[in-house]
Design a protein around this ligand. Structure first.
Ligand code: NAD
Length: 441
């Protein structure tokens, strides 16, 4: 294995042998698009477009070394052929029906893998539903089994045994939950367990999944904006049990575009206070779902918060910067969203200019490769002995989790550097600082 010029040895990393089970609470638009996509790739019908683990390269050593392998050839990740899928959902549809209902993929892409989605035994298909911790009975079963070291949540152990998985990873792809503020119930693991025993409303289903996963040593990723694993109690538990966790909220769509543009504008204005300077940013976005429920209100608030976080590199560095976000209900386009941004900027000699961005994206098409990468990297991190918050996976999240007291990093390019440098670090390669003076000595 490689050794850096500074002599750093690669970390000891267990090989990715055997089968990896990727389990998703939720079998809706994101989960079915992810699973159908992986199967299409395995059958040679598609390419893993958008997946860093499958398509991106990583530079190693000096530029003159001309070493830039694919990440999947550099890092020991599970192979797509070794993945098996399972899901929980209170709606008892198989993945074929769920994919059709989600309306993301067209029949021409679904029909050729219908046997897999329908979970026919010879197609090694998606196991669904496991069961879900919705009912009181199942919640009881889940936490008791988790505590006794049996199954991580109802169905886990059975799935692992029947599918002969060597390892499991869980990625939360279920609906966004009602907003819950972190309270005393989430402060310590003892208080968390007490609250769980009392069926306290402050313990959301996603927390139960996360708790059970961590107790069983299963890496857990949270793709939704809800609090879930981002509490002191579960963070401590993940540290103690040696389990990687990460979150929150897959970075897709208009907020993803914002995290691309905002650091660029920040760089432009920080060259000089008299340089290009954004003065305001107005975002209008449409979404297909908005029902007058508490849960949906949580979703809208989370979306607004995600926009604020994406623009944070600017709002932090500019006085008087105005950021307005408007979210409209517009169902006809389903998963295909449209967003409009107007950014007012001021340039040389105070001349005003404008930037207009029109984003027409398909949410689940952007989210699916993120689910794949998070699952593969989290499994890798676990085999490399990493535990607790995986800040290097911030690249994939709108609201990245960090150690208490740290400001999250929202600049996509710093997040990307952090991710690649973490891979280099774990594999015993030199960090790339982009200093580059050695080429001019
Ligand atoms: N699509 C994107 O680009 C994107 C981006 C960021 C975050 N997300 C998040 O990903 C999640 C999934 O999005 P989606 O578009 O697939 O939603 P969806 O509505 O299509 O699917 C969600 C599924 O979760 C199920 N569910 C609800 N509560 C559950 C529970 N407790 N256990 C198990 N299943 C449960 C629902 O029955 C539904 O089938 C959402 O939380 C969303 O906020 C999506």
């Amino acid at each position: 294995m490689a050794r850096s010029s500074s002599g750093a040895a690669p970390k000891s990393i267990a090989p990715a042998t055997g089968r990896l089970g990727i389990l998703t609470p939720g079998l809706g638009a994101v989960a079915t698009t992810f699973m159908a996509g992986v199967e299409s790739i395995r059958r040679g019908r598609s390419k893993p477009i958008g997946s860093l683990t499958q398509m991106a390269t990583i530079r190693l050593g000096k530029r003159t070394d001309k070493r830039a392998p694919l990440i999947k050839d550099f890092v020991p990740l599970a192979k797509l052929d070794d993945i098996v899928f399972g899901a929980w959902d209170p709606i008892p549809d198989d993945a074929l029906t769920a994919a059709k209902k989600a309306g993301v993929l067209e029949d021409k892409d679904i029909e050729p893998i219908a046997d897999f989605l329908r979970a026919s035994s010879d197609a090694g298909g998606v196991r669904q539903p496991l069961c879900h911790p919705h009912s009181r009975h199942e919640r009881e079963e889940g936490k008791d089994e988790a505590r006794s070291g049996g199954a991580a949540a109802p169905g886990h152990a059975r799935f692992q045994g029947e599918e002969q998985c060597d390892r499991l990873v869980i990625v939360w792809c279920a609906s966004t939950e009602i907003y819950i503020k972190a309270g005393p119930q989430h402060a310590t693991i003892e208080q968390f367990e007490k609250a769980m025993d009392k069926n306290d409303e402050a313990i959301a289903p996603s927390m139960l999944y996360a708790y059970a996963a961590i107790m069983e040593g299963i890496p857990f990723c949270n793709g939704a904006p809800n609090l879930c694993v981002d509490t002191p109690a579960l963070l401590k538990l993940a540290q103690d049990k040696g389990v990687p966790i990460s979150g929150k909220d897959f970075k897709t769509g208009q907020t993803w575009m914002k995290t691309v543009v905002a650091p660029g504008l920040k760089a432009a204005c920080s060259v000089s206070r008299a340089g290009i300077r954004p003065t305001s940013w107005v975002t209008a976005t449409e979404r297909c779902w908005m029902i007058p429920s508490r849960q949906d209100k949580g979703g809208v608030e989370a979306q607004r918060a995600a926009h604020d976080l994406a623009a944070r590199p600017l709002s932090r560095s500019l006085q008087g910067f105005t950021h307005v976000v408007r979210i409209n209900y517009y169902p006809p386009r389903g998963d295909n969203k449209e967003g409009w941004d107007n950014i007012d900027i001021v340039g040389w000699m105070n001349y005003p200019m404008q930037i207009k961005i029109n984003v027409l994206c398909r949410d689940s098409i952007l989210a699916a490769p993120i689910v794949l990468d998070l699952a593969l990297f989290s499994d890798f991190a676990h085999r490399a002995g990493m535990k607790g918050i995986q800040e290097w996976l911030s690249f994939y999240y709108k609201s990245p989790m960090t150690a208490p007291g740290l400001q999250p990093e929202h600049d996509l390019f710093i997040q990307q550097t952090k991710l690649k440098n973490t891979l280099r670090h774990l594999m015993g390669e030199d960090q790339i600082t982009h200093l580059g003076l050695e080429y001019y000595a």
